[in-house]
Design a protein around this ligand. Structure first.
Ligand SMILES: Cc1cc2nc3c(=O)[nH]c(=O)nc-3n(C[C@H](O)[C@H](O)[C@H](O)COP(=O)(O)OP(=O)(O)OC[C@H]3O[C@@H](n4cnc5c(N)ncnc54)[C@H](O)[C@@H]3O)c2cc1C
Length: 308
């Protein structure tokens, strides 16, 4: 693989590439072994080059955003990780519509909406992901979700061909979009908003930020809510009801402050993954409810773990 990588690096030339990047530095959980190669493209053209050359060289491709919904295993990620972030953050306005590149943060998008007196994105201000990751996850909070305001999404397939989906075609549902089962890299999206009052929108954002600060363990590494809300229940309430606040596997722990958040105080993704499984098992045994992970798991186990 080393030769293949060297050839790949020389052929993509213009795109910034880094070798052996610890994924712990690319995720809010601060966990995960190295990505063989990491690229941060500065636009769709660079993504197209990366995809073409990776396909030619037989190098697998993984895409990430801010890494705020990810658990990367201790063995890291083989092949190329494309991080959509810093180089793709432009946000433009046309009447009541904001168009954002996929690497813009949801906080930047919500701020841009407020500054333009546009209502509909205040809920997203405290979600620490990017526009691309947010659309894949249909991120939401406090009664709003991106699918409610999304007009269309543009992206690139593995072979570099462009795709454009309307909001209806995105199949948005609770923490779900069609992109979770498709190999498409989101490059840009538009959000249709409604005229509002800037001060009122900013007041809502401040109120939601205060509620997050009060309820969530924002001082510790996490990937937000570890599990989706099961129909008719709240994951945090079920976990709490099972007496699991503070329950730990190694350095991975159910938050004492908010049982829906699993936090990392150690260094092993394997502990975190085992904690997720243990919480699922205990909650199912005690309540009969099966919790489904919201966190997406990527990469390989460390060799010493025997590929478990
Ligand atoms: C403290 C905290 C609070 C949180 N609160 C909330 C909340 O209130 N509501 C909520 O919904 N979530 C919340 N989250 C989870 C997370 O922020 C969201 O899921 C967010 O949308 C993930 O965006 P990201 O850019 O970090 O994506 P990542 O975590 O990097 O990736 C998530 C998924 O999207 C894919 N992906 C990322 N970018 C692209 C792209 N450009 N094209 C194609 N695929 C892509 C990845 O492959 C992966 O499958 C929270 C997380 C934390 C740490």
């Amino acid at each position: 693989m080393a030769d293949r990588y060297a050839q790949f690096v020389s052929r993509v030339g213009c795109v910034a590439l880094t070798r052996d990047v610890p994924m712990a530095s690319c995720t809010t959980l601060r966990l995960g072994g190295p990505a063989d190669l990491l690229a941060e493209p500065a636009g769709a053209d660079e993504i197209r080059i990366l995809l073409r050359e990776a396909a030619d060289a037989g190098i697998p491709v993984t895409v990430i955003g801010r890494g705020s919904n990810l658990l990367v295993r201790d063995g890291g990620i083989r092949g190329l990780v494309i991080r959509i972030g810093r180089g793709m953050r432009a946000i433009t306005r046309d009447a009541d519509t904001l168009t954002a590149e996929a690497g813009a943060s949801l906080a930047e998008l919500a701020r841009a909406a407020a500054e333009n007196s546009l209502d509909g994105l205040a809920f997203a201000a405290g979600i620490p992901g990017t526009v691309g990751g947010g659309l894949v996850m249909n991120a939401g909070a406090y009664g709003g979700e991106l699918g409610d305001v999304c007009a269309w999404v543009e992206g690139l397939r593995d072979d570099g061909t462009p795709v454009r989906y309307t909001a209806e075609e995105m199949d948005f549902a609770y923490r779900h979009s069609r992109l979770q089962a498709e190999r498409v890299i989101v490059t840009r999206a538009a959000f249709r908003l409604t005229p509002g009052d800037r001060a009122a929108i900013e007041a809502v954002m401040a109120d939601l930020a205060a509620r997050r600060n009060e309820k969530q363990p924002l001082n510790l590494p996490s990937a937000g809510s570890a599990f989706k809300r099961p129909e008719g229940y709240f994951a945090a309430a079920l976990i709490d009801q099972c007496g699991l606040k503070g329950f730990a596997v190694g350095g991975a722990q159910v938050s004492e402050k908010h049982a829906g958040f699993l936090v990392n105080t150690g260094k092993r993704a394997a502990d975190f993954e085992q904690l997720m499984r243990e919480v699922q098992r205990i909650v199912q045994e005690k309540t009969g409810v099966r919790l489904e992970p919201e966190i997406r798991i990527l990469g390989e186990a460390a060799e010493a773990e025997g590929g478990a």
